[in-house]
Design a protein around this ligand. Structure first.
Ligand code: ITT
Length: 190
């Protein structure tokens, strides 16, 4: 089965490709010559994931899935959440987002947070969504160089390594995205 993963984030593509069995061939946006920005102007992960997946299905005619993810920090009332990608501003780098979060949490004891992913699958015009979530803590300094985004400051509960200290497969085994992808695989394998 061929299916498009509608993402412009190469790290997400690598994580998801490492999890999917060989019967499910994941095409990238480049593979289908889709080079434009995908719409994602909703206020929820659910809405944004659906916008991205429907965009590819409607305009390119491929069965498709998209993921929208965010880091939700308890002491910040769930921020950055759906705004995780550009939390420190429109052109910001991942490190700017990390610095902003660490600054906002300075002097705050409650470091509880979770990562949440919503995958929207649009197949033959019908949509199904799958969610994955992992709880953890925001650590006060960066650990590790793997992964992307907020990985260096996220320590999953029960782990001694941050996401950025884990291999692709270690992260995929427990992560928000990994859990949502497992649900996607079991749906596609029915
Ligand atoms: P696409 O929309 O093209 O898929 P994106 O990076 O913009 O790529 P999102 O809109 O889902 O993806 O934004 C999520 C942001 O949340 C992302 O840019 C990171 O800053 C952060 N994020 C999501 N998943 C993450 C993960 O597994 N590890 C670290 N940070 C993550």
């Amino acid at each position: 089965m061929n299916i498009v993963f509608a993402t412009n984030n190469p790290n997400k593509l690598a994580e998801v490709r490492a999890l999917l069995p060989s019967e499910i061939k994941v095409l990238s946006l480049q593979d289908i010559n889709c080079n434009e920005e995908l719409p994602e102007n909703g206020d929820t992960l659910e809405d944004n994931a659906a916008q991205k997946a429907y965009y590819v299905y409607d305009n390119y005619g491929f069965n498709c899935f998209a993921d929208d993810s965010g880091l939700e920090i308890d002491a910040l009332d769930g921020r950055p959440g759906v705004y995780s990608a550009r939390y420190a501003g429109p052109e910001c780098l991942a490190n700017d987002n990390i610095e902003k979060v660490l600054q906002e949490l300075e002097d705050i004891d409650n470091r509880d947070a979770c990562f949440r992913t919503v995958i929207s699958l649009v197949i033959n015009g019908n949509e199904v969504q799958f969610e994955g979530m992992i709880e953890g803590q925001i650590i006060p300094e960066k650990w590790g160089n793997e992964g992307f985004g907020y990985d260096p400051i996220f320590l999953p509960d029960g782990c001694e390594k941050s996401f950025a200290q884990m291999s692709l497969s270690e992260k995929g085994e427990i992560s928000h995205r990994g859990l949502a992808v497992k649900k996607l695989i079991s749906f596609l394998s029915r």
